[in-house]
Ligand binder design. Structure first.
Ligand code: SF4
Ligand code: ZN
Ligand code: ZN
Length: 298
């Protein structure tokens, strides 16, 4: 198998593009896909300051690496969720990466904000803290991102196409309307972008392993994600038989998205913190109140 660009020995075959590539040209391919997404969806430019939400997982590490090597101005943001060894190890990875490439990394601790971490929140959420954890991450990343031109997250093509698949299966039109690689700035909501949307899980992992980038190898102990994994595995099976389906599915949706518009959601500032919400008080402030009534802090 020869590299289609230079004829040297190829190390990977990408069936979706009918493309075999050597190491050098694979790295270039990944960077080009990210650059393509940035330009196609008008995410940001080289003068903008980008906050990269880094979890220590392969996606956010690859995202940060690619953006930095393409010459974008990036700062990392790591939120320590207080999940014992998992959070400690993830933070070490983010710090190691920042140090290696001499990049700025901002770190916040959930315990400083709420007095508790995700394990305590799990106790008041019947052992299933993921939806609350997702809300907390969105809130804190958004707040940190307000000082930047955009917040970049590591959502990839598998994440986006499986979410889309689920939303279509259940005809969740409101979610379809909001699914986008770019969410514009709106008062207290930072601009959000997903530069990895044109790359699959496999392509991102292959890049991280090829360049020996550090990333957390095990899952959060609270991770279940059964439905998401199921949708991903169904799409993977379709992709095996019909290479290129995932990217066509996702891009086709974006081109036809206008047909899925839902009634405009009225967002107003939270009475306590100013974060835009549909309620009087946002979910984060309500969680804070709930925690202070359930936990006694010394
Ligand atoms: Fe949070 Fe759940 Fe992800 Fe763990 S698996 S980091 S609890 S959302
Ligand atoms: Zn080559
Ligand atoms: Zn609030």
């Amino acid at each position: 198998m020869k590299c289609k660009i230079c004829g040297r020995e190829a190390i990977v075959k990408l069936r979706s593009y009918n493309l075999a590539l050597c190491k050098e040209h694979y790295v270039e391919f990944v960077k080009r896909r990210v650059e393509k997404a940035i330009k196609k969806f008008k995410m940001f430019n080289k003068d903008n300051r980008i906050l990269v939400a880094v979890s220590g997982g392969k996606d956010s590490i690859v995202l940060w690496h690619v953006l930095h090597s393409l010459g974008y101005k990036t700062t990392g943001y790591f939120l320590n969720l207080g999940i014992d060894e998992f959070s400690m190890k993830s933070q070490e990875i983010a710090e190691e990466f920042a140090k290696k490439f001499a990049l700025e990394l901002k770190i916040e601790y959930l315990k400083d904000e709420l007095g508790v971490g995700i394990p305590e929140i799990a106790k008041i959420s019947r052992g299933k803290p993921c939806s609350t954890c997702g809300m907390i991450k969105r809130y804190m990343i958004n707040r940190a991102g307000l000082k930047y031109d955009a917040v970049a997250t590591g959502h990839n093509l598998d994440d986006e196409s499986s979410v889309l698949f689920g939303n279509i299966l259940h005809w969740q039109v409101e979610y379809l309307d909001r699914q986008s690689p770019v969410l514009p700035r709106d008062r207290s909501l930072a601009r959000k972008v997903k530069p990895l949307v044109l790359l699959t899980n496999f392509e991102i992992k292959f890049y991280a392993d090829l360049l020996e980038l550090p990333y957390i190898q095990y899952k959060c102990p609270f991770s279940t994600g059964a439905t998401t994994y199921f949708y991903k595995s169904v799409l993977e099976e379709i992709e095996e038989r019909m290479p290129g389906t995932k990217v066509r599915f996702f891009l086709g949706f974006l081109e036809n998205k206008k047909g899925f518009s839902s009634p405009h959601r009225e967002l107003k500032p939270c009475k306590k913190c100013g974060y835009l919400t549909t309620a009087e008080v946002c979910s984060f402030c309500r969680l804070k109140e709930r925690i202070s009534s359930q936990f006694i802090f010394r």
